[in-house]
Design a protein around this ligand. Structure first.
Ligand SMILES: C[S@@+](CC[C@H](N)C(=O)[O-])C[C@H]1O[C@@H](n2cnc3c(N)ncnc32)[C@H](O)[C@@H]1O
Length: 368
């Protein structure tokens, strides 16, 4: 049994032909009534997945300290647009704001802007952050002008990707069509090479790869990275991007589906399943650099958080809790290599030509 949205997508395919993986993802996540992010609460133990700020307050606190330090480095502009892309339950920003209460002038200067498509999550954000009078927007382009501090944790991985398969005749695009029953969704290939393969970087597109090799590219991620960097170049400011992904563009298919904390088939019950793909940080860096911005990282999340002092923060929290083991477990989850410490990457984008911001080594290609 598929979902209501699965039936709608099948009907559209029956009428107009196969759709790209990117169109499928956009529909499955963003359909106005039935899309995954328009429906129930996806985050937390009762939802489908959890995230770093939901694992521990330490994550948002350290991100808050990073943002406040960048604000000071910018010359303490007032107002400053404090922007979060995809804020989830508002936990990261609530922890960041609590941790920066004592930074003189920061809260008075910060105007909070949240970019969010989910009504359910907007309600949760209102509950967590209402005291800071946030303004909500559907896209980053709608945030009013002004110097900007931006954070995006697990936002880019939700943006649509295209998938390609190498054939003896070139790169075909993986599409979603219908099985013989006329209802079941299934993967298919374009009959010939796809013009969208031009989205793949030359290092993949022109490489001598065997037929059957898969590759991904996201025009939506490149567009976001360009929009963020162009804004920072025009208005001044910094963005911190955290996501799971890879530093170099490489062949492979990373699109995955998760429901109730378990991996499921990508085409299974669209609208009821979270779909994400690893972020290609090389493509993000390339788009941001092309817009004139300076890029630091990606660094591993573990290294980034250690450099910001997460171990000291964990010790301080342990000294005043009756459950120190829970703090140790959360710390390990955030920073160790076999958990989130290496797979999750952190990148800073800024308009500045100065030294590396906190958490990054002093070279633009910090790939630790
Ligand atoms: C995986 S959750 C991450 C939530 C939060 N940053 C955290 O770390 O807990 C993705 C967030 O991005 C939002 N989102 C996804 N696609 C979006 C889009 N196209 N525009 C705006 N928000 C989007 C989701 O509703 C959700 O708040």
């Amino acid at each position: 049994m598929t979902s209501e949205l699965g039936r709608l997508i099948a009907r559209r395919i029956a009428l107009t032909g196969p759709i790209s993986v990117a169109d499928f993802m956009a529909e499955a996540l963003g359909h106005p009534r039935l899309g995954y992010y328009r429906r129930a609460m996806p985050l937390g133990a009762a939802g489908d997945f959890t995230t770093a700020p939901e694992i521990s307050q330490m994550f948002g606190e350290l991100v808050g300290a990073w943002l406040a330090e960048r604000w000071q480095a910018m010359g303490r502009p007032a107002p400053v647009r404090l922007v979060e892309l995809g804020p989830g339950r508002g936990t990261l920003m609530a922890d960041a704001l609590r941790a920066t209460r004592a930074v003189p002038g920061f809260h008075a200067a910060a105007a909070l802007h949240l970019v969010e498509i989910s009504e359910t999550l907007r309600d949760a954000q209102e509950a967590a952050l209402g005291a800071f009078k946030p303004a909500w927007h559907a896209s980053v382009d709608q945030v009013p002008d002004g110097p900007t501090l931006m954070v995006a944790n697990e936002f880019l991985d939700a943006l649509p990707v295209r998938q390609f398969e190498k054939t003896p005749h070139g790169w075909a695009e993986r599409m979603i069509g219908l099985a013989a029953d006329g209802e079941t969704l299934r993967f298919a290939l374009t009959p010939g090479p796809s013009p969208f393969a031009s989205l793949l970087p030359a290092s993949v597109r022109d490489a001598d790869l065997p037929p059957g090799t898969l590759a991904e590219a996201s025009g939506a991620v490149a567009h976001q990275a360009t929009a963020i960097a162009a804004r920072l170049m025009r208005q001044g400011g910094w963005a911190l991007i955290v996501d799971y992904g890879r530093d170099d563009t490489a062949p492979g298919a990373t699109l995955q589906a998760v429901r109730r904390h378990r991996g499921v088939d990508v085409l299974d019950r669209p609208g009821e399943t979270d779909l994400t793909a690893h972020v290609d940080f090389a493509a993000v860096a390339q788009a941001a650099t092309a817009a004139g911005a300076r890029v630091f990282g990606p660094a591993g999340q573990g290294d980034f958080l250690r450099r910001l002092g997460i171990e000291q923060r964990a010790r301080a929290l342990k000294a005043r809790t009756s459950e120190p083991a829970a703090i140790d477990a959360a710390l390990a989850r955030l920073i160790t290599a076999d958990q989130m410490g290496t797979l999750f990457r952190v990148m800073a984008v800024g308009d500045d030509r100065s030294a590396a911001p906190a958490g990054f080594s002093d070279t633009p290609s910090d790939t630790t």
